[in-house]
Ligand binder design. Structure first.
Ligand SMILES: Nc1nc2c(c(=O)[nH]1)N[C@H]1C(S)=C(S)[C@@H](COP(=O)(O)OP(=O)(O)OC[C@H]3O[C@@H](n4cnc5c(=O)[nH]c(N)nc54)[C@H](O)[C@@H]3O)O[C@H]1N2
Ligand SMILES: Nc1nc2c(c(=O)[nH]1)N[C@H]1C(S)=C(S)[C@@H](COP(=O)(O)OP(=O)(O)OC[C@H]3O[C@@H](n4cnc5c(=O)[nH]c(N)nc54)[C@H](O)[C@@H]3O)O[C@H]1N2
Ligand code: SF4
Ligand SMILES: [Mo]
Length: 732
């Protein structure tokens, strides 16, 4: 495997990445660093674990000196990180040292949202929660308690909730993130792309990135493979209204008008089909409904797409030919955060179809076949059955929703239909930052008899809770095993590296204690988490002791591509790749994706776009001292000519959206040629408003506050959030 130089990785990762590496082992932790200058220093110990600064779950090795966390590095045995963490993972030491951490369970003493708290014991907090849950169960049934969680840490709490009888459990990673993409691919190939995505970026000869801003989006393996592909001379094509880091590596950069990607995708497919450039054998062997698909495409000449996208017909032709030239090693990246405009499952389906034309699904340099280890689950008693069903998608309003909808649970909590929801258990998700329309989230919260938030810091959502439970960070706890579907199978352990500094507890302990208070002890046959983990591992012929030592165990390599012997299988109704979808047609949707022009927004306003910083994760790292040092607030990207005309370059502005909502805090204008004049861009997650986050509050502006509108995807309930517009008001 080609090893990537550190220089090249940092180059792709952007300038601020270097600062993190320096801060995490140098300035940010100079005291600890100075004390541990040599590996022979007394009391030095290394502990393998896996990262939780994002959900890529890279395997890491932490170094601890005399009980003090010094540094975290990639585990060289890890196929995900290949021994190198991203800047956020390196900065994970700051999660342990975060000054804004919750220290003890809190209960509110005044009205919700008034930030009046009293510290209580765990016994009091869990006793109160259990009592409230029993009252809700008696009055409304157990289905009236819903759970929101994000990430592997939610496993045990979900187990307790299911044992109690809860059925409404959702994560923002579906409706607010990758759901539309997964559904678009499921409708086409019968399978989603998974997480980690099954993208063979390293071997791609041509890589097409539509929005996916790799290098700012720091999902580790993808960024390393991207750097490798660039190093190997792959052709990079980037479509983005903003000149992203990925765009700076591109042979073709297409600054398409936001929201017009589907027109571009249709025109690309038109060129590839009319010029006979597609993979005929692959399409003939695996495709269903190709002729009907071709008939729909006929109108989508590059000339027709030009006025929509602003991309010259000749550029559309040249890029289509470039993709065809390198097929099947042309990967049109499926993206991840796909909930943009409300027609996202169809746009994602068009991306799937373009890949199908290029024959890249199942092929080297396209999409590989992932594999996982067989590690049996723990044998628990069956959960109680509910006669009521779930509330998030009543009468299958969104027929192709393949996971639960957070926003559907929220709607039901507001309306009380199809039945009332009276309790929310919120674990490791900041619903006020993650869901569109904060007013709706607050309206739902006002209908609750119980809101419990389990977090490491006092998030905006925690500010509205009845009970806030402080969790140990990932560096201080065990979690469930990571058994990933990936390029090669492996199983990995998260284990404590250091102790929790205050009265924080791990999720498994919280879940188990709560279950006991609820009279559900039978659902916890294990006494300690070590028993649980060892039991599971022994089912796979491994042991906890082995994982504690190594961090991970790799399984046998499996064939990755059709050419290696993977048997093509498509779990669609036709058992083929569906160029034309009868199931979509039968449900009243377009069997071949159809483009609709996006709303241009009020005159004089800018479309609000947002994305990632290489050194932060969502709204969860702004209080991390190491990462805050690398980037302390976000900036507003504004086209340089526009900024000059408005006299705003370098000034601070407030943003006001189409519904009159003004950002609580101002943001500094970054005047740049690197963005179209019709939109502005900022990194998501800043501009915290919670009073429980003193070090992050008021730093930069908060995009979530301005996302008052969204368009729901009619196929699967995803919330397209790139449909808000702002005007700028100079501060002072
Ligand atoms: N450092 C870091 N990395 C992360 C995360 C993190 O928090 N921090 N989060 C992870 C998660 S969960 C996700 S989902 C991913 C998200 O990362 P991606 O899936 O890469 O997210 P996108 O929404 O595609 O990224 C926004 C990009 O899309 C562009 N864009 C906006 N509108 C349009 C449009 O209409 N058309 C086109 N073509 N482009 C547009 C923006 O300018 C921006 O460059 O990142 C992951 N990686
Ligand atoms: N406006 C807007 N909305 C978005 C996005 C956007 O870019 N802009 N991105 C969307 C995407 S792609 C996604 S995936 C979602 C992400 O949505 P979320 O997963 O909800 O992301 P965060 O807002 O970072 O909230 C994570 C919460 O978990 C807490 N936390 C961190 N570590 C731990 C831990 O170890 N234990 C516990 N108990 N809590 C912990 C953090 O403090 C934080 O409050 O948001 C979506 N919503
Ligand atoms: S990509 Fe970075 S933050 Fe995410 S798990 Fe890997 S090292 Fe941690
Ligand atoms: Mo996401």
């Amino acid at each position: 495997m080609t090893q990537l130089s550190r220089r090249r990785f940092l180059q792709i990762a952007g300038a601020s990445a270097g600062a993190v590496a320096a801060a995490a082992t140098g300035a940010g932790l100079s005291a600890a660093g100075a004390r541990a200058t040599s590996a022979r220093a007394k009391g030095l110990r290394t502990v393998p674990t896996y990262c939780d600064i994002c959900f890529w779950k890279c395997n890491a090795i932490a170094t601890v000196e005399n009980g003090v966390l010094w540094k975290i590095e990639g585990n060289p045995e890890d196929p995900l990180s290949r021994g190198r963490l991203c800047p956020r993972g390196t900065g994970g030491v700051g999660a342990h040292q975060d000054p804004d951490r919750l220290r003890t369970p809190l209960m509110r003493t005044k009205l919700r949202g008034e930030d009046q708290w009293t510290a209580v014991t765990w016994d009091e907090a869990l006793g109160y929660i259990a009592d409230k849950m029993q009252k809700i169960k008696a009055k409304y049934g157990p289905e009236a308690v819903a759970g929101f969680s994000h990430g592997i840490g939610g496993t045990f709490l979900k187990h307790t909730l299911k044992a109690y009888g809860a059925v409404n459990l959702a994560a923002p990673s579906f409706a607010q993130c990758r759901g539309p993409r997964d559904v678009g691919f499921e409708l086409t190939f019968g399978e989603g792309v998974g997480s980690p995505e099954r993208t063979d970026i390293a071997n791609a000869r041509c890589l097409v990135l539509i929005g996916s801003h790799l290098g700012e989006n720091m999902h580790n393996t993808q960024v390393q493979e991207f750097a490798e592909a660039v190093g190997n001379g792959a052709s990079i094509i980037v479509v983005d209204p903003r000149f992203s880091i990925a765009a700076s590596k591109a042979k073709y950069y297409l600054p398409a008008r936001p929201g017009t990607d589907l027109a571009l995708l249709l025109a690309w497919m038109n060129v590839i089909v009319t010029e006979g450039l597609y993979d005929r054998d692959y399409v003939a062997q695996h495709g269903f409904g190709f002729d009907a698909f071709v008939a729909e495409l006929a109108q989508w000449t590059p000339e027709r797409a030009f006025p929509e996208t602003g991309i010259e017909p000749e550029v559309i032709r040249a890029t289509a030919r470039e993709m065809a030239l390198h097929r099947p090693a042309t990967l049109v990246h499926p993206g991840r955060h796909a909930s943009w405009y409300g027609d996202d499952a169809q746009r994602s389906r068009a991306i799937a179809l373009l890949n199908a034309l290029l024959g890249s699904w199942g092929r080297k340099g396209g999409f590989y076949q992932p594999a996982s280890m067989e590690v049996p689950g723990y044998p628990y008693p069956p959960y109680p059955k509910s006669a009521k069903g779930k509330v998030d998608n009543p009468a299958k309003k969104y027929p192709f929703a393949s996971e639960a909808l957070t926003t559907g649970i929220r709607d039901a909590t507001i309306s009380g239909k199809p039945y009332p929801i009276k309790g929310w258990f919120v674990y490791a998700t900041n619903l006020l930052q993650a869901l569109p329309d904060q007013a709706a989230t607050l309206a739902a919260i006002q209908n609750l008899d119980l809101l419990v938030v389990v977090d490491v810091v006092g998030s905006e959502t925690a500010g509205w809770a009845d009970v806030v439970l402080p969790e140990s960070t990932y560096l201080e706890r065990y979690d469930d095993l990571n058994v990933e579907l990936f390029r090669e199978p492996f199983v990995a352990l998260r284990q404590p590296v250091v102790d929790s500094p205050h009265d924080q507890k791990p999720n498994w302990w919280i879940a188990r204690e709560l279950a006991i208070k609820l009279g559900l002890k039978d659902y916890y046959p294990w006494k300690t988490i070590e028993d649980y983990l060892d039991h599971r591992l022994r089912g796979a012929g491994l042991s906890l002791e082995q994982l504690q030592r190594q961090g991970l165990v790799r399984g046998a390599k499996q064939p990755l591509y059709y050419e290696d012997g993977v048997v093509p299988q498509f779990a669609t109704p036709s058992q083929k790749i569906e160029f034309y979808s009868v199931q979509l047609k039968d449900a009243g949707f377009d069997p071949v994706p159809r483009y609709t022009r996006p709303d241009p927004g009020p005159p004089g306003s800018f479309r609000l776009l947002f994305g990632r910083s290489p050194v932060h994760s969502f709204s969860r790292t702004q209080t991390n001292p190491v990462l805050a040092q690398a980037m302390g607030e976000n900036e507003l990207w504004l086209n340089a000519a526009v900024a000059e005309r408005m006299g705003l370059a370098g000034r601070r502005v407030w943003l006001r959206n189409q519904d009159g909502v003004r950002s609580d805090f101002s943001i500094k204008v970054r005047a740049t040629e690197a963005i179209r004049p019709d939109c502005v861009y900022m990194v998501h997650g800043f501009g915290h408003t919670s009073k429980l986050l003193p070090t992050a509050r008021g730093r930069g502006a908060n995009d979530a506050q301005l996302v008052t509108r969204y368009v729901t995807d009619p196929l699967m309930g995803g919330t397209g959030m790139n449909v808000n517009f702002v005007t700028l008001e100079q501060e002072g």
